[in-house]
Design a binder for this molecule. Structure first.
Ligand code: 9MR
Length: 370
């Protein structure tokens, strides 16, 4: 071979990985180790956002419905189940080769008000009535999607950061038993579906201990629990990654899969200090709390990229324990973090920008898993 030909060949070979990289999606690299997905909203699952379709096709192999499978939406009134939107979500996933994750069966928030009262009367529902409604809901919903849902968030956010049980209507009426009832009923309705407990602020030591206790108790009672979802609504310096890592190890040591279920990185200030995802938090919009309405300054972007890489390096290190990583939304414009805990802000918490374009850090994340 002539010298010139060899040089051209060598140049092509060095450029190949770069060209290959641009073709690669997150799922091509991360998918070798675990599921990688995103939460999609109703416009997306209704098929109205082609830009979102392109991102889902290239980058993800599973999806969660951001809202349409919540009890309030599926069970708007006593005796009425409305599966129209959720059915479209499931067929969207089937069309786009995405495994379906069900979110969520029992949650203190976004639960229909009628569950907790007696018909039109203002009196609270009795223990027996609430139990019956809970069982009926889970049986009907899990039964409706039997064989189509890979795994369900059976109970969401039942434990407080201090490790105590949240004093929700379920807990106040049924005690801890509501969690057992939920897991038992879900398993009976679809014995092949995986079942998870899901919560935020999972790096909090007291919460970590309480979740481990819960998993062990459920297992000791012979109930199926496959995984723990660490929602991971993170900030630039929240949570402390050492504590976060301890939780990954602790949950894996309880014999369940660890899943990162609602990942995002918030760059905006929180008037009350950062942490969690308690949707009851709500503050008035002030200029100082919305510092980047026209784009992130380069230094902030750098900080944000470094945070994404620190998180994914950690997930890579724990790849034998983590079975799914799910981002909470597709593009920055659709993120709930533009509206929480202050409405009307401009946030940058996801991996795809407002035009659904992959941020440069996506290629860096792919490199971690190559
Ligand atoms: O992102 C969701 C937002 O659109 C809804 O308004 C809100 C209330 O239903 O729920 C958000 O998703 C939450 C998830 O279901 C559970 N963990 C916290 C998430 C962010 O609040």
């Amino acid at each position: 071979m002539k010298n010139k030909t060899i040089k051209v060949l060598a140049l092509c070979l060095t450029m190949m990985p770069m060209a290959g990289m641009a073709q690669q999606g997150l799922k091509d690299a991360i998918g070798k180790y675990c599921l990688i997905g995103a939460a999609i909203n109703q416009w997306q699952s209704d098929g109205q956002v082609p830009e979102a379709d392109a991102v889902m096709d290239k980058h993800f192999n599973c999806a969660v419905a951001e809202n349409c499978m919540k009890p309030e939406t599926l069970a708007p009134a006593e005796g009425l189940f409305d599966f129209r939107v959720a059915d479209k979500f499931v067929s969207y996933c089937q069309q786009h080769n995405l495994k379906v994750l069900g979110h969520c069966l029992v949650w203190h928030s976004q639960a229909p008000d009628w569950w907790f009262t007696n018909g039109y009367a203002a009196s609270p529902a009795s223990k027996e009535v609430l139990k019956e409604r809970l069982i009926k809901h889970i049986k009907t919903v899990v039964g409706h999607y039997k064989g189509q849902v890979h795994g369900w968030d059976v109970v969401n956010e039942a434990i407080m950061d201090d490790g105590s049980f949240r004093k929700s209507h379920y807990y106040n009426l049924l005690g801890e038993e509501f969690i057992e009832i939920a897991f038992r009923t879900a398993h009976e309705a679809d014995p092949d579906a995986e079942l998870y407990y899901n919560d935020y602020s999972m790096a909090q030591p007291k919460k970590r201990e309480a979740v481990c206790r819960l998993v062990k108790n459920l297992k000791a009672k012979g109930l199926r629990i496959d995984g723990v979802g660490m929602q991971s609504h993170n900030g630039l310096d929240y949570p402390d990654l050492k504590e976060y890592e301890k939780s990954i190890d602790a949950f894996a040591a309880c014999g369940v899969k660890v899943m990162i279920t609602e990942l995002d990185v918030n760059v905006l200030p929180n008037p009350q200090g950062f942490g969690g995802a308690d949707i009851a938090q709500n503050f008035e919009l002030q200029q100082k709390y919305n510092p980047y309405p026209n784009g992130l300054p380069a230094a902030k972007q750098k900080e944000l990229d470094a945070r994404w890489l620190a998180l994914f390096n950690l997930y890579y290190k724990h790849r034998s324990q983590i079975s799914r990583i799910n981002i909470w939304g597709v593009s920055d414009g659709g993120s709930w973090l533009n509206g929480w805990p202050i409405k009307g802000r401009t946030n940058y918490p996801l991996l795809f920008d407002r035009q659904y374009k992959a941020k440069p850090v996506v290629d860096e994340i792919i490199k971690i898993y190559k």
